[in-house]
Every structure is written in C-alpha cells, then in structure tokens.
Ligand binder design. Structure first.
Ligand code: IMP
Length: 429
C-alpha cells in the first residue's frame, strides 16, 4: 500500500492545510515528523475552521494522529491546542493521538532564549516565530533536551534540569534576560507529566505494525524545503530538516516507507520572516497578490512578502526534497494579471546561475532572470477540470512543469475542498 509524504516546496504557507486535509480523509494515520508549533494549518470542515499548529491534521477527519520524535513538542501549547479544538467539538484523546516518547520538549526557557537572541540580532534578525523552536533543536543535538519520557522519571529530571539550566541561565544572563528557577520548572514538568504521558508511546512500533497491516500513512510536513536547515536559505531557515528524507528519522520508520512525495507550491511565491527572496515584488502587483491571496501568517499574523513564481527555486526544492509531483495552489489569485513573470535563474554580480548558491552574500545579491508569459482574462476559481481553465492558464502550468522538471499532479483552484483538479492519485499503487 502506498504512503504519501507532503512537504512545502517554497518558504511555507503554500496551502498545505487544504491538500493535507483532502489526503488525510483517504489515509488511516497522519504523522508529523518535524517542526513544532511554529507551523500553522487552517482546515475548514463544514462550518468549523480549525487552526492547528502541532496536532496532525488527520485528527479533524477522525484519523489517528501521531507526533513523531522529529517534532519538538511544547507541552503547554499542545494541551492548549487540545483544549481549543475540544471547545469546537473535537475530542483529542490517547485513542486518537499518540506522541513519540523520545520526542524532545520545548520549555518556556526556549521561547525566552529565542526572543532574547532575536532582539540581540537587531537588523539581522531571522524573524523566527518566537516559539523556541531553534533553541529546542539545539538542545536535542547538544544532548541536554528534556524529553517526553523524562517526565516519567523524577530523579532523571532532577539532574537533567541542572545541566539544562546551567547552560540556559548562563546564556540568559549574558543576554540580559531573566533567568529560570529549577524548582518552578521541575514543578511545572511534574504537573504536566500526568497530562502528557497517557499519549506517549514508542510510536515507531505502532507505525511498524500499521505498515505490516497495510495501513495508508500520510506524513505531514511543516514549513518547506527553502526553510530546511541544510538546504534552505541559511541562516534564514527553521531548525529542522523539512525535506522528505526527514520522514524516516523523524517518525522512526525506514526510508522505504516515505512513499510518494508530493510538494506543495503556490502559483506565485510568498515568504514570512527575513531572508533572501529574489522574485519579491515591492510594487502594486505584490500588494495585489497579498490582498487577493489573503497573505497573512496563520501563526504570527504577520503579512507575507509576495512575489513571482520562482521556478529555479522550486526546481531545487524538487531535487533536494525528493518531490515527485507538485500540487499547485492559489492559481486563482493570478486571474486577470495581464503579464505573469516566472523566475528561471539568477544574475549574481554579472554571472548567471540556474540555482540559488548557498552563500549569504550571493543570495542577497541574486537578481532574478525572468521569462514573461501572457496572463488570462477568465477565471480559474473553482475549476474542477482542465477543460474549465483558460488556455493561457494551462500554458502557465505547462511551462512551470517544464521549468521545475516535475509534473503538476494536483491543482487547487479555491480554498474549498472540492475545488481541486487531480491528475494523479498519490495514494494509488
Ligand atoms: P522558527 O521556525 O520559529 O525558528 O523560524 C525560522 C524561520 O522560519 C522564520 O523565517 C519563520 O518565519 C519561518 N517559519 C517557521 N515556521 C513557518 C511556517 O509554518 N510557515 C512559514 N514560515 C515559517
């Protein structure tokens, strides 16, 4: 049975929520494998709008949700999210949600460090979500993280908190920020333990059994390839690997379980936070895209920067992300724009590049090389077949396929779930 992995192919916010929701309804299990509550997926189901950050999207479709060990879990944010959706009538219980017992926790210290460091960066700030994601991943690789399983061992917590606070309080003092008290933190963790532990288990084992039983598993990526800590526009990235290769390590499952990899890309491009964005538009067209596309961050509420579709960037994401099919979203936002541009490469200090080189200075100096395509007068909104699309819109899609060297296998033509054109079923064997 085929599994499916969904990842973002630009800088996040590509409209993964709708596609994930649509595929979740056809999966048995939905698994988060990286990121944390920096992600934001908006799901519209009937007359309810769910805004999820940490919970796997499949939960709203009654599917088992799993948070893998590759995720950094803020227990306070998780429990608040569970309460929030409960108030909307969706009960999340240990029967419907399982959490990797070896996943690292995000504690209030991490958000404090995140903000203090961003402030210290001044003009060079990354524009993080301020949720402590980076510091929590740092702790994981530095081997001082407090993990879900540690909540069951008060003695372990005791000495691990000593090491944890020695590091963080030293740093906070240096940054001129308030420090944290061990007793209070210990009490907080012991209070959280009985609330969180019923959800915890070795999820790798459940996933192995589910695979053997032929279950369909959907791996739900957060952020996107250009925010990947290795392959993105470093240092303006998040702190996890967002590529499909991360599924295996972040869920505790072999690489052959990743299944079909579907990349999500907007028909134009947006970014929140700081960092290079070669095809960014600072003019009226950029503002029009932002207004029409309602480009405001789900988590931060910040307006998103908008620009033309960057095919060179997406081609790179296709290659490093392992993307086999592209879901193109928000095509309708381009309706009526007379001339469309597509970035096909970069001019950097007089030299031509087919991809964005990794150097920070080079990325900042990258000027897009454009190809212009005539737009379309008609509407693509709500189209459910290619026959309903204006000829020029089809031409635009075909050109994108050629340039990114990947087929567009799904087209989303409005926020409505059924306004989707499917060319290839990713779950099909
Ligand atoms: P962090 O993940 O909070 O450390 O933020 C690092 C960068 O990733 C910032 O530019 C954020 O705006 C961006 N980022 C993190 N999560 C998302 C997301 O879900 N969508 C879009 N951008 C994100």
């Amino acid at each position: 049975m085929a599994n499916v992995t969904i990842i973002g192919a630009q800088w996040g916010d590509e409209g993964k929520g709708k596609v994930v929701d649509w595929l979740a309804s056809r999966a048995d299990i939905v698994v988060r494998f990286q990121g944390g509550h920096n992600a934001g997926h908006t799901l519209v189901v009937g007359n309810q709008t769910y805004k999820l950050s940490l919970l796997p999207s499949g939960l709203v479709r009654g599917k088992l949700g799993i948070i893998g060990n590759g995720v950094v879990i803020d227990p306070i944010a998780l429990l608040a999210e569970i309460d929030r959706v409960a108030a909307q009538g969706l009960a999340v219980t240990p029967e419907t949600l399982r959490i990797a017992d070896n996943a690292p926790l995000i504690l209030p210290v991490h958000a404090a460090i995140d903000s203090a460091r961003e402030n210290a960066r001044g003009d060079r700030r990354i524009g993080t979500t301020g949720r402590g994601i980076g510091p929590a991943y740092e702790d994981k690789v530095a081997r001082r993280a407090i993990r879900v399983c540690d909540l069951a061992e008060p003695q372990t917590l005791d000495w691990r908190l000593d090491e944890f606070l020695l590091h963080h309080n030293t740093l906070l003092r240096g940054l001129g920020a308030p420090t944290f008290d061990k007793t209070a933190l210990r009490m907080l963790l012991l209070d959280l333990a009985p609330k969180l532990l019923p959800f915890a288990e070795p999820v790798w084992e459940r996933l192995a059994n589910a695979r053997r039983a032929g279950a369909r598993i959907l791996f739900e990526g957060a952020q996107a390839v250009m925010l990947d800590v290795d392959h993105g526009t470093y240092p303006y990235v998040t702190s996890s690997n967002t590529v499909a290769g991360q599924v295996a390590a972040g869920a505790g499952i072999g690489p052959n379980a990743v299944g079909r990899v579907l990349g999500i890309a907007k028909a134009y491009c947006t970014r929140v936070g700081a960092g290079p964005f070669p095809t960014e538009l600072h003019d009226e067209t950029g503002r029009t895209l932002g207004e029409r596309g309602r480009e405001f961050g789900t988590v931060t509420g910040r307006p998103r920067r908008c620009g033309w579709f960057d095919a060179a960037l997406v081609r790179q994401a296709v290659k490093v992300g392992g993307i086999e099919g592209l879901a193109l979203t928000k095509l309708d936002v381009l309706d009526g724009v007379a001339n469309l541009k597509i970035g096909v490469g970069y001019d950097i200090d007089g030299s031509t590049y087919r991809h964005l080189p990794p150097g920070t200075e080079m990325q900042a100096n990258a000027r897009p090389i454009y190809e212009t395509i005539e737009g379309w007068a008609g509407s693509t909104r709500g189209a459910r077949s290619y026959a309903e699309l204006p000829a020029q819109a089809i031409k635009y899609i075909r050109r994108i396929e050629e340039l990114v060297e990947c087929p567009v296998t799904l087209l989303s033509t409005s926020p409505e779930r059924d306004d989707t054109i499917l060319m290839q079923d990713p779950f099909a064997d």
